[in-house]
Design a protein around this ligand. Sequence first.
Ligand code: DC
Length: 534
Amino acid sequence: MSLLQSKSVLIVGLGLIGGSVARGLRRRDLCRTIYACGRDERPLQEAQNDGVIDGWATDIRKLAPQADIILICVPTLTVRNVFEQLKDVVSASTILTDAASVKGSVVDDFRAVFGDDCGQFVPAHPIAGSEQSGYQASTADLFNARKVILTPLVNTDPQALQVVTQLWQDLGAVVSQMGVETHDAVLAATSHLPHLLAYSLVNTLAHQQQTDDIFRYAAGGFAGFTRIASSDPVMWRDIFLANGPATVAILDAYLQELGHMREAIVSGNGELLRGSFQAAKEARHNFVSSHFSTGNGTEGHTPDVQVESLQQTAPVLTIDGPGGSGKGTISARVAQVLGWHYLDSGALYRLLGLAARRAGASTADAVALLPIIDRMRISFGPEQGSAWLDGEDVSSELRTEISGRAASEVAVHPAVRAALLARQHGFKQMPGLVADGRDMGTVVFPDAQIKIYLTASIEERANRRYKQLIAKGIDVNLTDLFADIKTRDERDSSRVASPLRPADDAVWIETTEIGIEQVVALVLDLVRQRLPSA
Ligand code: DC
Protein backbone atom coordinates (compact mmCIF):
# COMPACT_ATOMS: atom_id res chain seq x y z
CA MET A 1 0.00 0.00 0.00
CA SER A 2 1.23 3.49 -0.83
CA LEU A 3 2.57 5.57 2.06
CA LEU A 4 0.16 8.27 0.96
CA GLN A 5 -3.06 6.31 1.05
CA SER A 6 -4.12 7.38 4.53
CA LYS A 7 -2.83 10.94 4.23
CA SER A 8 -4.55 14.24 3.83
CA VAL A 9 -2.68 16.52 1.42
CA LEU A 10 -2.99 20.31 1.42
CA ILE A 11 -1.77 22.11 -1.70
CA VAL A 12 -1.00 25.79 -1.26
CA GLY A 13 -1.23 27.54 -4.63
CA LEU A 14 -3.41 25.82 -7.21
CA GLY A 15 -1.66 26.90 -10.41
CA LEU A 16 -0.07 24.76 -13.10
CA ILE A 17 2.08 22.73 -10.68
CA GLY A 18 -0.31 22.61 -7.70
CA GLY A 19 -3.28 21.88 -9.95
CA SER A 20 -1.41 19.12 -11.75
CA VAL A 21 -0.40 17.51 -8.45
CA ALA A 22 -4.04 17.63 -7.31
CA ARG A 23 -5.29 16.17 -10.58
CA GLY A 24 -2.62 13.45 -10.57
CA LEU A 25 -3.35 12.47 -6.94
CA ARG A 26 -7.08 12.40 -7.59
CA ARG A 27 -6.93 10.53 -10.89
CA ARG A 28 -4.76 7.83 -9.33
CA ASP A 29 -6.68 7.88 -6.07
CA LEU A 30 -3.42 8.19 -4.14
CA CYS A 31 -4.40 9.85 -0.88
CA ARG A 32 -7.31 10.18 1.52
CA THR A 33 -8.24 13.82 0.96
CA ILE A 34 -6.95 16.72 -1.10
CA TYR A 35 -7.43 20.31 0.05
CA ALA A 36 -6.17 23.46 -1.57
CA CYS A 37 -5.55 27.06 -0.56
CA GLY A 38 -4.94 30.13 -2.64
CA ARG A 39 -5.69 33.81 -2.95
CA ASP A 40 -8.05 33.55 -5.89
CA GLU A 41 -11.31 31.73 -5.16
CA ARG A 42 -12.13 30.94 -8.79
CA PRO A 43 -9.66 28.14 -9.55
CA LEU A 44 -10.31 26.66 -6.11
CA GLN A 45 -14.04 26.49 -6.68
CA GLU A 46 -13.46 25.19 -10.19
CA ALA A 47 -11.21 22.43 -8.87
CA GLN A 48 -13.84 21.47 -6.33
CA ASN A 49 -16.50 21.43 -9.06
CA ASP A 50 -14.19 19.24 -11.15
CA GLY A 51 -13.98 16.82 -8.22
CA VAL A 52 -10.21 17.39 -8.14
CA ILE A 53 -10.14 18.66 -4.54
CA ASP A 54 -12.35 17.94 -1.55
CA GLY A 55 -12.36 21.42 -0.07
CA TRP A 56 -10.61 24.77 -0.10
CA ALA A 57 -10.02 27.97 1.83
CA THR A 58 -8.34 31.27 1.14
CA ASP A 59 -6.96 31.28 4.68
CA ILE A 60 -4.23 28.63 4.94
CA ARG A 61 -4.57 28.50 8.72
CA LYS A 62 -8.02 26.99 8.44
CA LEU A 63 -6.91 23.84 6.63
CA ALA A 64 -3.29 23.43 7.70
CA PRO A 65 -4.01 21.79 11.09
CA GLN A 66 -5.79 18.84 9.40
CA ALA A 67 -3.07 18.18 6.81
CA ASP A 68 -0.49 15.38 6.98
CA ILE A 69 1.44 16.79 4.03
CA ILE A 70 1.54 20.43 2.95
CA LEU A 71 2.87 21.07 -0.54
CA ILE A 72 3.64 24.74 -1.25
CA CYS A 73 3.36 25.62 -4.94
CA VAL A 74 3.52 29.41 -4.94
CA PRO A 75 6.11 31.70 -6.62
CA THR A 76 9.51 31.45 -4.93
CA LEU A 77 9.39 34.75 -3.07
CA THR A 78 5.92 34.07 -1.68
CA VAL A 79 7.02 30.85 0.04
CA ARG A 80 8.27 32.71 3.11
CA ASN A 81 4.91 34.34 3.62
CA VAL A 82 3.30 30.88 3.53
CA PHE A 83 5.80 29.58 6.11
CA GLU A 84 4.89 32.50 8.36
CA GLN A 85 1.21 31.70 8.14
CA LEU A 86 1.89 28.03 8.86
CA LYS A 87 4.27 28.57 11.75
CA ASP A 88 1.81 28.46 14.62
CA VAL A 89 -0.78 26.10 13.15
CA VAL A 90 1.02 23.02 11.80
CA SER A 91 1.57 20.04 14.02
CA ALA A 92 5.10 18.74 14.62
CA SER A 93 4.41 15.66 12.47
CA THR A 94 3.14 17.51 9.40
CA ILE A 95 5.44 17.09 6.43
CA LEU A 96 6.22 20.35 4.65
CA THR A 97 7.48 20.40 1.09
CA ASP A 98 7.53 22.86 -1.78
CA ALA A 99 7.92 23.05 -5.54
CA ALA A 100 9.93 26.25 -5.93
CA SER A 101 12.58 26.46 -8.65
CA VAL A 102 15.25 27.89 -6.33
CA LYS A 103 16.16 25.95 -3.23
CA GLY A 104 18.71 28.11 -1.37
CA SER A 105 16.32 30.99 -0.75
CA VAL A 106 13.50 28.66 0.28
CA VAL A 107 15.72 26.83 2.79
CA ASP A 108 16.89 30.20 4.19
CA ASP A 109 13.28 31.33 4.48
CA PHE A 110 12.34 28.10 6.25
CA ARG A 111 15.15 28.53 8.77
CA ALA A 112 14.27 32.18 9.34
CA VAL A 113 10.70 31.25 10.24
CA PHE A 114 10.99 27.80 11.85
CA GLY A 115 14.56 27.86 13.13
CA ASP A 116 17.01 25.00 12.60
CA ASP A 117 14.59 22.21 13.33
CA CYS A 118 14.03 21.19 9.70
CA GLY A 119 13.18 17.51 10.25
CA GLN A 120 9.80 17.56 8.55
CA PHE A 121 10.82 19.87 5.71
CA VAL A 122 11.70 18.30 2.35
CA PRO A 123 12.63 20.91 -0.28
CA ALA A 124 11.65 19.74 -3.77
CA HIS A 125 11.73 20.99 -7.34
CA PRO A 126 9.67 19.31 -10.07
CA ILE A 127 11.29 20.19 -13.40
CA ALA A 128 8.02 20.17 -15.20
CA GLY A 129 7.13 23.77 -15.89
CA SER A 130 5.71 24.91 -19.14
CA GLU A 131 5.20 28.28 -20.77
CA GLN A 132 1.58 27.91 -19.73
CA SER A 133 0.41 28.74 -16.25
CA GLY A 134 -2.62 28.56 -13.99
CA TYR A 135 -4.99 25.81 -12.87
CA GLN A 136 -6.56 25.82 -16.34
CA ALA A 137 -3.32 24.56 -17.83
CA SER A 138 -2.85 21.78 -15.25
CA THR A 139 -2.98 18.12 -16.24
CA ALA A 140 -2.89 14.86 -14.31
CA ASP A 141 0.06 13.64 -16.39
CA LEU A 142 2.31 16.69 -16.14
CA PHE A 143 4.93 14.82 -14.11
CA ASN A 144 5.02 11.66 -16.17
CA ALA A 145 8.67 10.81 -16.84
CA ARG A 146 9.68 14.27 -15.56
CA LYS A 147 12.59 14.79 -13.19
CA VAL A 148 11.98 15.93 -9.63
CA ILE A 149 14.99 17.00 -7.57
CA LEU A 150 14.82 16.78 -3.77
CA THR A 151 17.40 18.73 -1.77
CA PRO A 152 17.07 17.23 1.73
CA LEU A 153 18.91 18.92 4.60
CA VAL A 154 21.26 17.20 7.06
CA ASN A 155 18.52 16.72 9.63
CA THR A 156 15.63 15.94 7.25
CA ASP A 157 13.67 13.02 8.70
CA PRO A 158 14.21 9.92 6.46
CA GLN A 159 10.54 8.99 6.80
CA ALA A 160 9.41 12.44 5.57
CA LEU A 161 11.88 12.13 2.71
CA GLN A 162 10.45 8.74 1.83
CA VAL A 163 6.87 10.04 1.78
CA VAL A 164 7.72 12.99 -0.47
CA THR A 165 9.76 10.73 -2.75
CA GLN A 166 6.81 8.37 -3.02
CA LEU A 167 4.40 11.23 -3.75
CA TRP A 168 6.37 12.30 -6.82
CA GLN A 169 7.08 8.77 -7.94
CA ASP A 170 3.39 7.90 -7.73
CA LEU A 171 2.74 10.88 -10.01
CA GLY A 172 5.07 9.28 -12.57
CA ALA A 173 8.19 11.39 -11.90
CA VAL A 174 11.81 10.27 -11.74
CA VAL A 175 13.12 11.45 -8.37
CA SER A 176 16.75 12.28 -7.55
CA GLN A 177 18.58 14.13 -4.79
CA MET A 178 21.11 16.95 -4.84
CA GLY A 179 22.70 19.47 -2.49
CA VAL A 180 20.95 22.84 -2.28
CA GLU A 181 23.85 24.86 -3.74
CA THR A 182 24.52 22.41 -6.53
CA HIS A 183 20.85 22.47 -7.45
CA ASP A 184 20.81 26.25 -7.72
CA ALA A 185 24.01 26.42 -9.78
CA VAL A 186 22.90 23.66 -12.14
CA LEU A 187 19.46 25.17 -12.65
CA ALA A 188 20.93 28.66 -13.14
CA ALA A 189 22.86 27.30 -16.11
CA THR A 190 20.34 24.89 -17.61
CA SER A 191 17.05 26.64 -16.98
CA HIS A 192 17.38 30.18 -15.66
CA LEU A 193 19.91 31.48 -18.19
CA PRO A 194 17.95 30.11 -21.19
CA HIS A 195 14.82 31.88 -19.91
CA LEU A 196 16.74 35.14 -19.60
CA LEU A 197 18.00 34.73 -23.16
CA ALA A 198 14.53 34.04 -24.51
CA TYR A 199 12.98 37.04 -22.74
CA SER A 200 15.77 39.38 -23.78
CA LEU A 201 15.83 38.17 -27.39
CA VAL A 202 12.10 38.77 -27.81
CA ASN A 203 12.41 42.21 -26.18
CA THR A 204 15.38 43.13 -28.36
CA LEU A 205 13.45 42.27 -31.50
CA ALA A 206 10.26 43.90 -30.25
CA HIS A 207 12.14 47.19 -29.84
CA GLN A 208 13.44 47.24 -33.41
CA GLN A 209 11.79 49.52 -35.91
CA GLN A 210 10.75 46.80 -38.32
CA THR A 211 9.12 44.75 -35.53
CA ASP A 212 6.15 43.67 -37.63
CA ASP A 213 8.32 42.40 -40.43
CA ILE A 214 10.70 40.70 -38.01
CA PHE A 215 7.95 38.72 -36.33
CA ARG A 216 6.08 38.08 -39.58
CA TYR A 217 9.10 36.43 -41.15
CA ALA A 218 10.35 34.67 -38.04
CA ALA A 219 10.84 31.01 -38.86
CA GLY A 220 9.81 28.00 -36.76
CA GLY A 221 13.23 27.91 -35.08
CA PHE A 222 12.59 31.36 -33.63
CA ALA A 223 9.24 30.29 -32.20
CA GLY A 224 10.85 27.20 -30.69
CA PHE A 225 13.84 29.08 -29.28
CA THR A 226 11.65 31.76 -27.70
CA ARG A 227 8.78 29.51 -26.55
CA ILE A 228 9.84 29.92 -22.94
CA ALA A 229 9.49 33.70 -23.17
CA SER A 230 5.75 33.06 -22.80
CA SER A 231 6.37 31.80 -19.24
CA ASP A 232 4.83 33.37 -16.15
CA PRO A 233 6.63 36.73 -15.52
CA VAL A 234 6.05 36.74 -11.74
CA MET A 235 7.45 33.27 -11.32
CA TRP A 236 10.55 34.17 -13.33
CA ARG A 237 11.07 37.52 -11.62
CA ASP A 238 11.17 35.65 -8.32
CA ILE A 239 13.59 33.05 -9.64
CA PHE A 240 16.16 35.65 -10.69
CA LEU A 241 15.80 37.60 -7.47
CA ALA A 242 16.11 34.43 -5.38
CA ASN A 243 18.99 32.91 -7.34
CA GLY A 244 20.87 36.15 -8.07
CA PRO A 245 24.52 35.13 -7.50
CA ALA A 246 24.33 31.85 -9.43
CA THR A 247 22.46 33.39 -12.37
CA VAL A 248 24.78 36.41 -12.53
CA ALA A 249 27.84 34.13 -12.53
CA ILE A 250 26.62 32.12 -15.49
CA LEU A 251 25.30 35.26 -17.22
CA ASP A 252 28.77 36.88 -16.97
CA ALA A 253 30.37 33.82 -18.51
CA TYR A 254 27.81 33.94 -21.30
CA LEU A 255 28.33 37.66 -21.93
CA GLN A 256 32.05 37.04 -22.22
CA GLU A 257 31.43 34.35 -24.80
CA LEU A 258 29.07 36.65 -26.71
CA GLY A 259 31.76 39.35 -26.56
CA HIS A 260 34.22 36.98 -28.27
CA MET A 261 31.68 36.22 -30.97
CA ARG A 262 31.02 39.93 -31.48
CA GLU A 263 34.73 40.68 -31.87
CA ALA A 264 35.09 37.86 -34.36
CA ILE A 265 32.23 39.25 -36.46
CA VAL A 266 33.53 42.84 -36.32
CA SER A 267 37.06 41.81 -37.29
CA GLY A 268 35.82 39.40 -39.95
CA ASN A 269 37.51 36.50 -38.19
CA GLY A 270 35.74 33.63 -39.94
CA GLU A 271 38.16 31.08 -38.58
CA LEU A 272 37.33 32.03 -34.97
CA LEU A 273 33.60 31.87 -35.66
CA ARG A 274 33.82 28.53 -37.40
CA GLY A 275 36.04 27.20 -34.60
CA SER A 276 33.56 28.35 -31.92
CA PHE A 277 30.60 26.85 -33.73
CA GLN A 278 32.47 23.61 -34.34
CA ALA A 279 33.47 23.37 -30.65
CA ALA A 280 29.86 23.99 -29.58
CA LYS A 281 28.56 21.40 -32.01
CA GLU A 282 30.99 18.80 -30.68
CA ALA A 283 30.34 19.68 -27.04
CA ARG A 284 26.62 19.35 -27.60
CA HIS A 285 27.04 16.05 -29.38
CA ASN A 286 29.21 14.71 -26.53
CA PHE A 287 26.93 15.71 -23.68
CA VAL A 288 23.85 14.53 -25.50
CA SER A 289 25.29 11.12 -26.28
CA SER A 290 26.91 10.59 -22.89
CA HIS A 291 24.09 11.85 -20.67
CA PHE A 292 20.98 11.15 -22.67
CA SER A 293 21.84 8.09 -24.72
CA THR A 294 18.79 6.04 -25.58
CA GLY A 295 20.88 2.87 -25.53
CA ASN A 296 19.84 1.91 -29.06
CA GLY A 297 22.66 3.65 -30.82
CA THR A 298 20.62 6.74 -31.66
CA GLU A 299 21.30 10.15 -30.24
CA GLY A 300 19.69 10.80 -26.89
CA HIS A 301 17.95 13.96 -25.82
CA THR A 302 18.11 16.70 -23.24
CA PRO A 303 15.61 16.35 -20.38
CA ASP A 304 12.99 18.67 -21.84
CA VAL A 305 13.41 17.20 -25.25
CA GLN A 306 13.28 13.77 -23.68
CA VAL A 307 9.78 14.39 -22.38
CA GLU A 308 8.75 16.06 -25.59
CA SER A 309 10.04 13.12 -27.54
CA LEU A 310 8.18 10.74 -25.24
CA GLN A 311 5.07 12.68 -26.14
CA GLN A 312 6.11 12.64 -29.76
CA THR A 313 6.06 8.86 -29.65
CA ALA A 314 2.51 8.72 -28.24
CA PRO A 315 0.37 6.98 -30.89
CA VAL A 316 -2.40 9.01 -32.51
CA LEU A 317 -5.67 7.85 -34.03
CA THR A 318 -7.42 10.55 -36.07
CA ILE A 319 -11.12 10.44 -36.87
CA ASP A 320 -12.23 13.09 -39.35
CA GLY A 321 -15.53 13.59 -41.05
CA PRO A 322 -18.46 15.94 -41.53
CA GLY A 323 -20.78 17.03 -38.71
CA GLY A 324 -23.16 14.31 -37.54
CA SER A 325 -21.06 11.42 -38.87
CA GLY A 326 -20.72 10.08 -35.32
CA LYS A 327 -17.08 11.17 -34.81
CA GLY A 328 -17.62 12.52 -31.32
CA THR A 329 -19.44 9.54 -29.84
CA ILE A 330 -17.18 7.01 -31.51
CA SER A 331 -13.93 8.80 -30.69
CA ALA A 332 -14.88 9.20 -27.04
CA ARG A 333 -15.81 5.51 -26.75
CA VAL A 334 -12.65 4.32 -28.45
CA ALA A 335 -10.52 6.61 -26.26
CA GLN A 336 -12.25 5.24 -23.18
CA VAL A 337 -11.69 1.60 -24.15
CA LEU A 338 -8.02 2.20 -24.98
CA GLY A 339 -7.45 4.47 -21.97
CA TRP A 340 -6.13 7.17 -24.34
CA HIS A 341 -6.57 10.93 -24.24
CA TYR A 342 -9.31 12.47 -26.34
CA LEU A 343 -9.27 15.70 -28.34
CA ASP A 344 -12.60 17.04 -29.55
CA SER A 345 -11.13 19.72 -31.83
CA GLY A 346 -14.58 20.92 -32.88
CA ALA A 347 -15.17 21.93 -29.26
CA LEU A 348 -12.16 24.28 -29.46
CA TYR A 349 -13.72 26.08 -32.43
CA ARG A 350 -17.12 26.05 -30.72
CA LEU A 351 -15.58 27.56 -27.57
CA LEU A 352 -13.94 30.27 -29.64
CA GLY A 353 -17.24 31.01 -31.42
CA LEU A 354 -18.92 31.37 -28.04
CA ALA A 355 -16.11 33.49 -26.58
CA ALA A 356 -16.29 35.74 -29.66
CA ARG A 357 -20.03 36.20 -29.24
CA ARG A 358 -19.63 37.05 -25.58
CA ALA A 359 -16.89 39.55 -26.40
CA GLY A 360 -19.10 41.12 -29.09
CA ALA A 361 -16.58 40.21 -31.81
CA SER A 362 -17.60 39.20 -35.31
CA THR A 363 -16.76 35.64 -36.35
CA ALA A 364 -15.63 37.17 -39.65
CA ASP A 365 -12.95 39.33 -38.00
CA ALA A 366 -9.79 37.25 -37.60
CA VAL A 367 -7.85 40.17 -36.09
CA ALA A 368 -10.40 40.51 -33.29
CA LEU A 369 -10.47 36.74 -32.72
CA LEU A 370 -6.74 36.29 -32.07
CA PRO A 371 -6.57 38.12 -28.71
CA ILE A 372 -9.72 36.24 -27.66
CA ILE A 373 -7.89 32.96 -28.25
CA ASP A 374 -5.05 34.17 -26.03
CA ARG A 375 -7.44 35.23 -23.29
CA MET A 376 -9.99 32.43 -23.24
CA ARG A 377 -9.56 29.96 -20.41
CA ILE A 378 -10.93 26.61 -21.40
CA SER A 379 -11.06 23.16 -19.90
CA PHE A 380 -12.74 19.87 -20.59
CA GLY A 381 -14.32 17.48 -18.11
CA PRO A 382 -14.30 13.69 -18.11
CA GLU A 383 -17.88 13.49 -19.48
CA GLN A 384 -18.03 13.56 -23.27
CA GLY A 385 -18.93 17.08 -24.42
CA SER A 386 -18.39 18.78 -21.06
CA ALA A 387 -16.48 22.02 -21.37
CA TRP A 388 -15.81 25.19 -19.39
CA LEU A 389 -15.19 28.65 -20.74
CA ASP A 390 -13.65 31.17 -18.33
CA GLY A 391 -14.73 29.06 -15.38
CA GLU A 392 -18.34 28.59 -16.53
CA ASP A 393 -19.83 25.27 -17.56
CA VAL A 394 -20.90 25.84 -21.18
CA SER A 395 -21.42 22.19 -22.16
CA SER A 396 -25.06 22.59 -23.23
CA GLU A 397 -24.63 25.92 -24.96
CA LEU A 398 -21.76 24.50 -26.95
CA ARG A 399 -23.89 21.81 -28.55
CA THR A 400 -26.50 24.15 -30.05
CA GLU A 401 -26.61 24.70 -33.80
CA ILE A 402 -25.79 28.38 -33.25
CA SER A 403 -22.50 27.34 -31.65
CA GLY A 404 -21.85 24.88 -34.49
CA ARG A 405 -22.38 27.62 -37.05
CA ALA A 406 -20.17 30.10 -35.18
CA ALA A 407 -17.48 27.42 -34.92
CA SER A 408 -17.59 26.79 -38.62
CA GLU A 409 -17.33 30.53 -39.27
CA VAL A 410 -14.33 31.17 -37.01
CA ALA A 411 -12.67 28.04 -38.41
CA VAL A 412 -12.25 29.48 -41.91
CA HIS A 413 -9.46 31.88 -40.86
CA PRO A 414 -5.94 30.51 -41.37
CA ALA A 415 -4.59 32.67 -38.49
CA VAL A 416 -7.19 31.27 -36.11
CA ARG A 417 -6.36 27.72 -37.12
CA ALA A 418 -2.65 28.39 -36.66
CA ALA A 419 -3.26 29.91 -33.22
CA LEU A 420 -5.18 26.82 -32.10
CA LEU A 421 -2.60 24.36 -33.43
CA ALA A 422 -0.33 24.29 -30.37
CA ARG A 423 -3.28 23.66 -28.03
CA GLN A 424 -4.25 20.68 -30.15
CA HIS A 425 -0.72 19.30 -30.24
CA GLY A 426 -0.67 19.53 -26.44
CA PHE A 427 -3.22 16.72 -26.28
CA LYS A 428 -0.76 14.26 -27.78
CA GLN A 429 0.43 12.49 -24.66
CA MET A 430 1.19 8.99 -23.56
CA PRO A 431 -0.35 6.46 -23.69
CA GLY A 432 -2.06 7.76 -26.85
CA LEU A 433 -4.55 10.16 -28.38
CA VAL A 434 -7.80 9.88 -30.26
CA ALA A 435 -8.37 13.18 -32.11
CA ASP A 436 -11.61 14.01 -33.88
CA GLY A 437 -12.30 16.86 -36.26
CA ARG A 438 -12.00 17.93 -39.88
CA ASP A 439 -8.26 18.19 -40.43
CA MET A 440 -6.79 15.89 -37.77
CA GLY A 441 -5.30 13.43 -40.26
CA THR A 442 -4.38 16.00 -42.90
CA VAL A 443 -2.94 18.97 -41.00
CA VAL A 444 -2.82 18.67 -37.21
CA PHE A 445 -1.48 15.11 -36.91
CA PRO A 446 -0.32 14.20 -40.43
CA ASP A 447 1.98 11.52 -38.95
CA ALA A 448 -0.82 9.75 -37.07
CA GLN A 449 -0.44 5.98 -37.07
CA ILE A 450 -4.13 5.38 -37.87
CA LYS A 451 -6.45 7.70 -39.77
CA ILE A 452 -10.14 7.19 -40.21
CA TYR A 453 -12.63 9.12 -42.28
CA LEU A 454 -16.25 8.68 -41.20
CA THR A 455 -19.10 9.51 -43.52
CA ALA A 456 -22.87 9.13 -43.61
CA SER A 457 -25.56 10.51 -45.88
CA ILE A 458 -26.65 14.03 -45.09
CA GLU A 459 -30.22 12.85 -44.33
CA GLU A 460 -28.93 10.34 -41.81
CA ARG A 461 -26.63 12.91 -40.21
CA ALA A 462 -29.45 15.45 -39.91
CA ASN A 463 -31.64 12.76 -38.33
CA ARG A 464 -28.96 11.80 -35.82
CA ARG A 465 -28.33 15.41 -34.82
CA TYR A 466 -32.09 15.92 -34.49
CA LYS A 467 -32.47 12.96 -32.12
CA GLN A 468 -29.37 13.96 -30.13
CA LEU A 469 -30.56 17.53 -29.60
CA ILE A 470 -34.15 16.57 -28.80
CA ALA A 471 -32.85 14.06 -26.23
CA LYS A 472 -30.92 16.90 -24.62
CA GLY A 473 -34.10 18.96 -24.45
CA ILE A 474 -32.91 21.38 -27.16
CA ASP A 475 -35.77 22.44 -29.44
CA VAL A 476 -34.90 22.06 -33.16
CA ASN A 477 -36.61 21.69 -36.50
CA LEU A 478 -35.42 18.91 -38.83
CA THR A 479 -35.67 21.01 -42.00
CA ASP A 480 -33.61 23.83 -40.50
CA LEU A 481 -31.11 21.30 -39.20
CA PHE A 482 -30.74 19.74 -42.65
CA ALA A 483 -30.13 23.17 -44.22
CA ASP A 484 -27.65 24.11 -41.48
CA ILE A 485 -25.64 20.91 -41.85
CA LYS A 486 -25.57 21.36 -45.64
CA THR A 487 -24.25 24.94 -45.33
CA ARG A 488 -21.68 23.84 -42.76
CA ASP A 489 -20.52 20.93 -44.93
CA GLU A 490 -20.03 23.32 -47.83
CA ARG A 491 -18.19 25.91 -45.75
CA ASP A 492 -15.97 23.33 -44.03
CA SER A 493 -15.10 21.60 -47.33
CA SER A 494 -14.61 24.64 -49.53
CA ARG A 495 -12.51 26.87 -47.24
CA VAL A 496 -8.91 27.40 -48.27
CA ALA A 497 -7.36 26.68 -44.86
CA SER A 498 -7.34 23.00 -43.88
CA PRO A 499 -10.62 22.08 -45.59
CA LEU A 500 -12.53 18.98 -44.57
CA ARG A 501 -11.10 16.20 -46.68
CA PRO A 502 -9.96 12.64 -46.07
CA ALA A 503 -6.22 12.11 -45.65
CA ASP A 504 -4.75 10.12 -48.53
CA ASP A 505 -3.94 7.29 -46.14
CA ALA A 506 -7.28 7.35 -44.25
CA VAL A 507 -9.52 4.31 -43.93
CA TRP A 508 -13.10 5.23 -44.92
CA ILE A 509 -15.99 4.00 -42.85
CA GLU A 510 -19.47 4.65 -44.23
CA THR A 511 -21.80 4.69 -41.23
CA THR A 512 -25.23 5.40 -42.76
CA GLU A 513 -26.32 1.80 -42.32
CA ILE A 514 -24.38 0.72 -39.28
CA GLY A 515 -24.73 1.47 -35.58
CA ILE A 516 -22.28 3.03 -33.17
CA GLU A 517 -21.20 -0.22 -31.52
CA GLN A 518 -20.31 -1.74 -34.87
CA VAL A 519 -18.24 1.27 -35.87
CA VAL A 520 -16.46 1.28 -32.50
CA ALA A 521 -15.64 -2.42 -32.97
CA LEU A 522 -14.31 -1.76 -36.50
CA VAL A 523 -12.10 1.08 -35.27
CA LEU A 524 -10.77 -0.97 -32.33
CA ASP A 525 -9.95 -3.86 -34.69
CA LEU A 526 -8.00 -1.51 -36.86
CA VAL A 527 -6.09 -0.08 -33.89
CA ARG A 528 -5.18 -3.55 -32.64
CA GLN A 529 -4.06 -4.67 -36.10
CA ARG A 530 -1.76 -1.66 -36.49
CA LEU A 531 -0.70 -1.33 -32.85
CA PRO A 532 -0.88 -4.76 -31.24
CA SER A 533 0.28 -3.39 -27.87
CA ALA A 534 -2.55 -0.81 -27.60
O1 DC B 1 -17.16 18.68 -34.97
P1 DC B 1 -18.04 19.89 -34.64
O2 DC B 1 -19.39 19.88 -35.20
O3 DC B 1 -18.04 20.15 -33.16
O4 DC B 1 -17.25 21.14 -35.31
C1 DC B 1 -17.79 22.44 -35.30
C2 DC B 1 -17.14 23.26 -36.43
O5 DC B 1 -15.78 23.51 -36.14
C3 DC B 1 -17.14 22.60 -37.78
O6 DC B 1 -18.30 22.92 -38.54
C4 DC B 1 -15.91 23.13 -38.45
C5 DC B 1 -15.00 23.49 -37.31
N1 DC B 1 -13.92 22.51 -37.15
C6 DC B 1 -12.83 22.66 -37.95
O7 DC B 1 -12.80 23.53 -38.81
N2 DC B 1 -11.75 21.84 -37.79
C7 DC B 1 -11.78 20.87 -36.88
N3 DC B 1 -10.71 20.09 -36.73
C8 DC B 1 -12.91 20.67 -36.07
C9 DC B 1 -13.99 21.51 -36.25
